[in-house]
Design a protein around this ligand. Structure first.
Ligand code: IMP
Ligand code: MG
Length: 335
């Protein structure tokens, strides 16, 4: 029984939702704490249905999973209530009383500020809500009547679960290159996105974390503005099949080839103990739907091996298609 932090390595959209939903079902994740905020959309494809979750933890697919929203999180109440309805989880979701609340005015500010527009923010109002929180004028969850039925001490629940040897997952959002501290400042989000902050936002101390799974996509994408090393033209991205639209905002994602230097740095700062690689089938189409490492082409195996040599960390989970079980899980197989 372990406590795992799942974080993103690049500019978000690495496929954390898919990896977390797989772990939920495979490892029977008893408790999941989502951190970050509504600006992230985690895509989960399960039983032929596609979800783009901005607030509800991605382990909801496992019906025994307790779903928590940590005190470090900013909650957008209408979106949370909509997703609770859509996923049918009202009896197993909990919100910390000290989550800060994103209000209409925050989103309006996010969309109207020339500075924030220039950074290419998602427009959800997360940055302006963070400003109010730091100023200590922001509203918190305990002041919102609609959230009353869900309020719970998330730090207490999650630490009790860890002490009782249950399987716990702390769900990060975005990726290290969007971190307020370690990303491509000022073209970043309004919080740190590394594993340490994910556990802090959930109320879990560093000595309680057993593993940090850092999710990378087989190529890199970025929405919004700011530098992207090795950026391809849209035409080249389309030709390679790497052109994507953002799950949350529908914006076009810019793309670039996998970057080993960035991966190495992300592994270092997150203290990653293992790595997941998603969308291997997009870069190596012959790998689509494969479920064992032996079935991969030698080019794909070479890529995975290079990630391991460069980062010094094992690649334990590989995504080979959009659905929850399009996965190669190498954790116990030794290959
Ligand atoms: P904000 O987080 O909405 O303030 O946006 C700041 C930057 O982070 C912009 O470049 C956004 O596109 C980017 N961003 C925020 N959340 C995500 C995400 O979940 N995936 C990808 N990019 C994101
Ligand atoms: Mg996303």
């Amino acid at each position: 029984m372990v406590c795992t932090v799942v974080a993103g390595a690049f500019w978000g959209d690495e496929g954390k939702g898919k990896i977390i939903s797989y772990l939920a079902l495979k490892d029977k994740i008893d408790v999941c704490v989502r951190t970050g905020s509504v600006n992230a959309a985690h895509t989960v494809v399960y039983q032929n249905k596609k979800y783009a979750l901005h607030m509800v933890p991605s382990t909801f697919v496992y019906e025994k999973s307790r779903l928590l929203i940590g005190a470090g999180t900013n909650v957008q109440v209408p979106q949370l209530l909509k997703e609770i309805e859509e996923t049918g989880v009202k009896n197993r979701i909990g919100v910390d009383p000290q989550c800060s609340i994103i209000e209409e005015k925050h989103s309006a500010l996010d969309k109207s500020s020339a500075h924030l527009k220039g950074l290419g923010t998602t427009g959800w109002g997360v940055g302006p809500a963070q400003e109010d929180r730091v100023r200590r004028t922001g509203k918190v969850a305990r002041e919102v009547p609609e959230l009353a039925p869900f309020l719970t001490d998330v730090a207490l629940e999650v630490n009790t679960a860890i002490d009782a040897d249950r399987n716990v997952l702390l769900e990060g959002t975005q990726g290290l290159m969007l971190s307020l501290f370690y990303g491509s400042y000022p073209y970043v989000t309004s919080r740190d996105t590394s594993a340490s902050t994910i556990s802090a936002e959930a109320g879990v101390g560093p000595t309680k974390v057993d593993s940090v799974l850092l999710v990378h996509k087989s190529f890199i994408t970025r929405v919004g503005t700011g530098p992207l090393p090795g950026e391809l033209s849209k035409e080249e991205a389309v030709k390679r099949g790497w052109f994507e639209l953002a799950a949350g905002t529908g914006r076009e994602r810019r793309s670039a080839p996998f970057n080993f230097d960035l991966a190495k740095r992300a592994v270092m700062i997150n203290g990653a103990t293992e790595v997941a690689i998603t969308k291997l089938d997009v870069v190596f189409p012959e790998c689509k739907d494969k479920t064992s490492f032996e079935q991969l082409s030698s080019e794909a195996k070479g890529f995975i091996t290079k990630v391991e040599t460069e980062t010094g960390v094992p690649v334990t989970i590989i995504g080979t298609g959009p659905s929850v079980f399009d996965i190669i899980d190498r954790r116990n197989s030794g290959v």
